[in-house]
Design a protein around this ligand. Structure first.
Ligand SMILES: Nc1nc2c(ncn2[C@@H]2O[C@H](COP(=O)(O)OP(=O)(O)OP(=O)(O)O)[C@@H](O)[C@H]2O)c(=O)[nH]1
Ligand SMILES: [Mg+2]
Length: 1100
């Protein structure tokens, strides 16, 4: 990068109104990096001939080889427009689903986005996702419809057809925006409503609300993409052209003498030119006329392509070139590839960078235009609301809005990710081109040395040695080599307020930092330079290097004013993945990034040579830091596990580990596929779909009698499925029954994990005697959640179940329920927080917690293959306790007598021996009871509860649940059959198939088990010669229909499957796979009557 342009950029960084921070978002392969190339070329960083081919921002080798972007990277460009100069901080993001976390990190730092849509493929799944992400972050999008050349060359549409096609694409995009907008208005309205309700509730005032209100009086016209609004550009990034209708309006207003404003309104839409009347009229479609857009814009483009690419009509081309007034080099005219000529003409006539950057500068907001709504959203974490933050924190909102460059303004920086760079790439280690004086100086030095050497050797030679240049190179400071292998991390960040300078001391605030807590601990008016007491999630450090991000290169900077994107070096010790940096301790941590992808693919990693383990561990740590989405953990088995978002992401992480972070040979296990275990209702039909009639039932009963055998001593199962178990010391007996939960309930539980966790925290704090404050909005969602649960848990079996919930599991927030169906035991409900009057410290029956712990353990790993349970309800129907002191009393104690009322503990708290009175029917002191909570007995109870749950589970028909991906595949009719073939081979299921309008493509929506997905994308690509490439996104858990424990019992089944029934059983295969991996016992059929195969002819 030349010094001049660096100086320009540094100067522009201070003109906040002229800064645009934006990212390019799109579905995979819609041309983001290609477009970025054209924009980069406009600054002379790469040659315009190479633009579109180089993919400059794809700086990694694997990105170039695979042709997809994997990391988002930033570059700063300057752009003169009229009297103004603009600074564009551009971030290119990946489109592949596996890397959607990189998109989140990019979107957070921007104020606007260029959304690209492929003119042929239209709106694709990732397009919707990125539009949603832009929406969630409150950033404004503009649209580029790219690859229009494909409509001409590939689809061979006429201009009229192309116009209709483009209109449809715009409608699709606007439909997505529309849905997002309506949902937001609804949400806001509901929020306002709830705020209003507060005082009304007390006054008892009745409110009638009009449900459609809010939508009508909110102006949404600026949200939609429309060429006449100036927020749409039509382009072909690869051929280097692009335009907005403004450009054509300008051209034709001069030619035809129509005012620009009129043309702007009519160039896009149902208008046509009445040549006779010299007027623009409405109703082109109904009158069968050519719309203006076709006549004035598309026709020209089409004839240009026709002349240059299709017909190669030299004369016509020359005429056109002359009439367009562009200059084309003679060698381009003669070039054998017509595309060269095409881009030479087009990039002068309608340069894409001009069109896109003009739109960006005019339509996207500068950092100063940040909406106050966005600031509040960024500042309030989790359930906390902006107005509940400390006052000093709220004051910082002003700093955000002002985005001031004054020295007095507090520095606020957000780091959205850390990325690794080679130490060679750092500017301080780079070989800087020498200035003239330095070269002269060095030459002089070398000459002197040379002369000295000559004198020493006393050999007379020509002093003008030819080697001076090499000497110059050699005289670089040594000592870089030792550092070379070290990884350097650069923080990808943006300044929201103040000026960041090198050497500034700052606070680094982790995502869990709480300003309210810190402000209480820290002295008033302290700064990061003072010696301060340690505050959780806060550390102090000095910023030692600041960089301008220039794609593959970094330029060192002294200071960065607010509103700019920057890189910060030397932060690896303070920041893991993301952080907030500020000079004020009142600054809240920014809301966490919205990650769309769930990391689901896990592999265990080992070094090839065991001695290299420490390097692997170190390498994995680095990888964890360098990737926003990858997770690294050590499993209970001691394996080092890497969790990634998908196969491509996994591949990249492994490559990174091998070549960069660990630099050792590693071997990765096959992907570890997660499963869930569940129970279902007893099936009414057998495996051959025959109803289980009376006759066959005999066989089934026979079988279940055999099952009885499996239960160890002390476990009793009655015919209704109630499993009763007594602890080894015979002091407690527990009866548990397992039932399947309705599917909707499981989904509801899964979706509301964080609410359940809040409820759990509340119950915990109640137990400790304090009441945790939960804000109104969270309470409402809890109420809503409870209501939904009640509506799904209907029927005799579930009577009052919601109020009887004892706990959720595993980890106290999972998709399984523990119900308290004990007649005699009333415990505080899990919905405590909803109850008006709160009595902290309500006591529980002793050992209540042991029951919960047992349930947690049981749900964390089920009996089939030690995977977590899902969708199971365990209901406790018996819990008898015999206390040692009462050992002589043989009467069954059903709890009530002994532990009747809730205040036993309260009393116990007041007087140490009070507990005895609670057990007072015998008036005997039993001091050990409170102590015993920690003793071996609670352990026995936990174990008994766990066992009871497991047996109860096993008594029901058990099933595995598999994780499912959804995928959307676009394929042409010819390869459709092969796509189906691959899908059905891998147990996939087609959900939907439709034809994409205006093309010969089919869109297939399918679900596919994660377990079958490895190599799927590759296989599809190979089988269809690269025409179809699926994007796999985790969607849900699904019950695998086959029973892993199935053996033929009915006659029909014997008939169908034979005695051994050794045809493949999908569930059994999965289950045994997991068991084998975990080192559990696997019951496998050994070949029983093996016969040696003989080659009969020979032996006889
Ligand atoms: N015909 C045509 N092809 C294009 C155009 N723009 C890009 N391409 C091609 O589309 C392919 C993908 O382009 P990229 O720029 O890598 O796409 P991307 O959106 O950056 O892809 P990811 O970063 O992987 O999401 C490349 O082969 C380009 O040559 C265009 O305007 N017309
Ligand atoms: Mg790309």
């Amino acid at each position: 990068m030349g010094h001049k342009s660096l100086a320009t950029i540094i100067a522009l960084q201070r003109k906040t109104t002229n800064i645009r921070n934006l990212c390019i978002l799109a579905h995979v392969d819609h041309g983001k990096t290609t477009l970025a190339d054209s924009l980069v070329a406009s600054n002379g960083i790469i040659s315009s001939r190479l633009a579109g081919k180089l993919r400059y921002l794809d700086s990694r080798e694997d990105e170039q080889i695979r042709g997809i972007t994997m990391k988002s990277s930033a570059i700063s460009l300057h752009f003169p427009l009229g009297m103004n100069e603009y600074l564009i901080n551009l971030i290119d993001s990946p489109g592949h689903v596996d890397f959607s976390s990189e998109v989140s990190t990019a979107v957070r730092l921007c104020d606007g986005a260029i959304v690209i849509v492929d003119a042929v493929e239209g709106v694709c799944p990732q397009t919707q996702v990125v539009l949603r992400q832009a929406w969630l972050e409150n950033i404004r999008p503009v649209l580029v419809i790219n690859k229009i050349d494909r409509l001409i060359v590939e689809l061979k549409l006429t201009p009229q057809e192309a116009y209709i096609h483009l209109k449809k694409i715009l409608e699709q995009v606007n439909a997505v925006t529309g849905t997002l907008f309506t949902s937001k208005v609804m949400e806001e309205r509901a929020e306002k409503e709830s705020e209003k309700q507060g005082p009304y509730e007390n006054s008892g005032g009745e409110q009638i609300y009009d449900w459609s209100a809010g939508l009508e009086d909110t102006d949404d016209s600026h949200l939609y993409f429309s060429p006449d609004q100036g927020n749409v550009v039509f382009a072909s990034a690869i051929d280097g052209w692009g335009f907005s209708i403004h450009q054509f309006a300008q051209i034709y207003s001069q030619k035809m003498g129509i005012r620009v404003e009129v043309l702007l309104k009519t160039l896009w839409g149902d208008f046509y030119l009445n040549a006779k009347a010299k007027k623009i009229m409405k109703g082109a479609q109904s009158k069968g006329k050519k719309p203006l857009f076709v006549q004035l814009v598309l026709d020209n483009l089409w004839s240009l392509y026709d002349a240059i690419v299709m017909k190669r009509d030299k004369e016509k081309v020359e005429k056109m070139v002359a009439s367009l007034g562009v200059k084309v080099a003679a060698r381009d005219l003669r070039h054998s590839d017509p595309k060269v000529l095409l881009s030479a003409v087009c990039s002068q006539w309608l340069p894409v960078s001009q069109a896109v950057l003009t739109m960006v500068c005019e339509k996207l907001p500068s950092p100063l235009d940040v909406a106050s709504e966005r600031v509040e959203k960024l500042m309030s974490v989790g359930a906390r609301r902006f107005d509940s933050l400390p006052e000093r924190t709220q004051e910082l909102k002003k700093a955000f809005l002002e985005c001031s460059n004054e020295d007095a303004a507090p520095v606020i920086v957000f780091v959205s990710k850390m990325f690794a760079v080679d130490s060679k790439a750092l500017p301080q280690n780079k070989q800087r081109p020498l200035t003239q004086e330095e070269i002269a100086q060095r030459r002089e030095l070398a000459r002197q040395r040379h002369a000295e050497r000559l004198a020493a050797n006393q050999v007379s030679e020509n002093p003008e040695s030819a080697n001076t240049d090499t000497d110059v190179n050699c005289s670089f400071p040594k000592g870089q080599h030792s550092e070379e292998s070290k990884e350097h991390f650069v923080a990808f960040a943006r300044v929201y307020s103040g000026v960041v300078r090198r050497g500034t001391k700052v606070f680094v605030l982790g995502p869990k930092y709480d300003p309210a807590q810190a402000l209480k601990m820290l002295p008033e008016g302290c700064s990061s330079a003072d010696a301060l007491p340690s505050v959780p999630h806060m550390s102090c450090c000095t910023l030692d290097s600041l960089y301008l991000l220039m794609g593959r290169e970094l330029e060192e900077l002294e200071e960065v004013p607010s509103g700019n994107v920057l890189g910060i070096g030397g932060m690896e010790e303070w920041i893991l993945k993301s952080a907030t940096i500020s000079t004020s301790p009142a600054c809240p941590p920014f809301t966490p990034l919205n990650f769309e992808a769930t990391p689901i693919v896990r592999v265990a990693i080992e070094p090839k040579h065991p001695s290299e383990m420490p390097r692997l561990v170190k390498g994995m740590k680095l990888l964890n830091q360098a990737d926003p989405c990858a997770e690294v953990l050590i499993q209970e088995t001691g394996e080092h596990v890497l969790v990634t978002a998908g196969e491509v992401h996994l591949q990249r992480c492994l490559d990174d580990l091998r070549e960069r972070f660990a630099q050792i040979e590693i071997s990765a296990s096959k992907p570890i596929i997660p499963f869930r275990e569940t129970v279902i209702r007893r099936p009414k039909v057998d495996m051959v779909n025959e109803e289980l009639g009376k006759q066959q039932k005999v066989a089934v009963i026979h079988q279940s009698k055999e099952e009885q055998y499996k239960y160890p001593e002390g476990v009793q199962v009655d015919s209704s499925g109630l499993v009763t178990l007594t602890t080894p010391n015979k002091m407690a007996t527990i009866g548990v029954r397992a039932m399947p939960l309705p599917e909707e309930v499981t989904q509801l539980l899964e979706a509301n994990g964080s609410l359940i966790r809040t409820m759990e925290q509340f119950s915990l704090s109640m137990k400790e005697g304090k009441a945790l404050e939960i804000n109104q909005r969270t309470l409402e969602s809890i109420q809503d959640f409870k209501g939904k649960l009640e509506s799904h848990l209907q029927g005799r079996k579930w009577r009052d179940a919601v109020n009887r919930i004892w706990s959720f599991g595993p980890r106290r927030c999972g998709p399984n329920l523990l119900l308290n169906n004990l007649e005699s035991y009333q415990r505080p409900s899990v919905w405590q927080c909803l109850e008006g009057e709160r009595v902290p410290g309500t006591a529980l029956r002793d050992f209540d917690n042991s029951i919960i712990s047992g349930f947690q353990l049981a749900t964390l790993s089920g009996p089939m293959c030690e995977e977590p349970l899902m969708g199971v309800c365990l209901s406790v129907e018996r819990w008898d306790m015999k206390l040692p002191s009462l050992g002589s009393h043989q009467d069954s104690m059903d709890g009530e007598e002994k532990v009747s009322d809730g205040d036993s503990k309260q009393k116990a708290a007041q007087e140490p021996w009070g507990a005895a009175e609670a057990y007072g029917s015998h008036n005997k002191r039993w001091p050990d009871v409170s102590v015993d909570c920690y003793g071996p007995f609670s352990g026995q109870l936990i174990a008994a509860m766990k066992e009871a749950c497991r047996h109860a589970f096993q008594h029901q028909p058990q099933r595995l649940m598999a994780a499912m991906y959804t995928c959307e595949i676009m394929a042409t009719a010819e390869v459709l059959g092969r796509v189906y073939g691959v899908l059905s081979k891998r147990e996939g299921r087609i959900l939907q198939e439709e034809m994409k309008e205006g093309t010969d493509m089919f869109i297939i929506k399918a679900v596919l088990p994660v377990a079958e997905s490895f190599g799927f994308a590759d296989e599809i690509r190979k089988r269809t010669s690269g025409l179809a490439s699926p994007q796999l996104v985790f969607s849900h858990w699904e019950v695998v229909s086959s029973d892993p424990f199935w053996v033929p019992t009915t006659e029909e089944e014997y008939l169908h499957f034979g005695e051994k029934a050794d045809s493949s059983n999908q569930a059994l295969k999965y289950m045994n796979g997991v068991r084998k991996r975990k080192g559990l016992y696997v019951e496998e059929k050994i070949v029983e009557h093996a016969e040696k195969q003989r080659t009969l002819g020979k032996n006889k």
